[in-house]
Design a protein around this ligand. Structure first.
Ligand SMILES: [Mg+2]
Length: 262
């Protein structure tokens, strides 16, 4: 192993508090010159805000090291040669795609990709049907999903997230979505392209056995689980075992050196 992808929530911080020892562990990673990126499924805020949150906790990080679904989607879309995008995302997310041409709101053909995110209450028949018409136009655009989360808990109760809208448009159009969020392989592949390493030499560290560890392993990476965040002991009985289990991110230096030496 020579590079690391870090999940953020549950690994580096819990809520607004850094996991004890996270600052020291990340300083060690930096001092060792280990190539790394932070990968999160967060689409509700841009990478600059994620960076600000880390810096407020005393973790020195450059924004370019933080990979969110929109950031990874941009990399993927560039590699496909996509230029004009139809964006079905929250307004704050649209800014992340500034390097592309955004299709005018009334246009129903001519997109190189239809990008779906959490648009909340802005989803209605008109928006869904426009996305459908764009997908049916020739030549067919890519269908890009910024995650497949089915729902989330808001203050007023459960709310639909991105997944159900992607599923509806897949059903209607027959298009196969490319999912650019964990645990989908294209997300890890694009993240590795930005990191410049191969899957076999890259370790993913997360607190989610499915989203982080199994997702990474399915894409050919190594996956290590931390016993913080959403970790539960049952996780170690759910299919494939992690390549490593750490009490917390604070144990990384010790674990890395033992693994590399052995
Ligand atoms: Mg997590």
């Amino acid at each position: 192993m020579r590079a690391i992808l870090f999940d953020l929530d549950g690994v580096i911080y819990l809520g607004d508090t850094a996991v004890p020892g996270a600052q020291e562990a990340l300083r060690w990673v930096h001092d060792q010159g280990i190539p790394h990126r932070f990968v999160t499924n967060t689409t509700s805020r841009p990478r600059t805000q994620v960076g600000d949150k880390l810096r407020a906790m005393g973790i020195a990080v450059e924004d370019r090291l933080i990979l969110t679904p929109p950031v990874v989607a941009c990399e993927w879309l560039r590699r496909q040669g996509a230029r004009s995008l139809a964006l079905f995302t929250a307004p704050a997310t649209r800014a992340e795609f500034a390097g592309f041409k955004a299709l005018p709101e009334d246009q129903e053909e001519g997109a190189d990709a239809v990008v779906l995110g959490d648009m909340g209450e802005a989803w209605d028949f008109h928006a869904l049907n426009r996305a459908f018409r764009l997908l049916m136009a020739e030549p067919h655009p890519h269908l890009v999903a910024l995650g497949m989360t089915r729902y989330w808990r808001a203050e007023d109760g459960l709310r639909l997230d991105t997944g159900p809208f992607v599923a509806a448009l897949k059903e209607a159009s027959g298009a196969t979505p490319v999912v650019l969020g964990k645990p989908a392989a294209p997300f890890f592949e694009a993240a590795l392209a930005m990191l410049g390493t191969s899957p076999a030499e890259t370790l993913m560290i997360g607190d989610d056995i499915r989203g982080d560890v199994h997702g990474a392993q399915a894409a050919g990476l190594k996956g290590a689980l931390v016993r913080t965040g959403k970790f539960r002991p049952e996780d170690l009985r759910l299919g494939a075992l992690p390549d490593g289990v750490l009490s917390s991110i604070a144990d990384l230096p010790k674990w890395w050196e033992a693994t590399q030496g052995g």
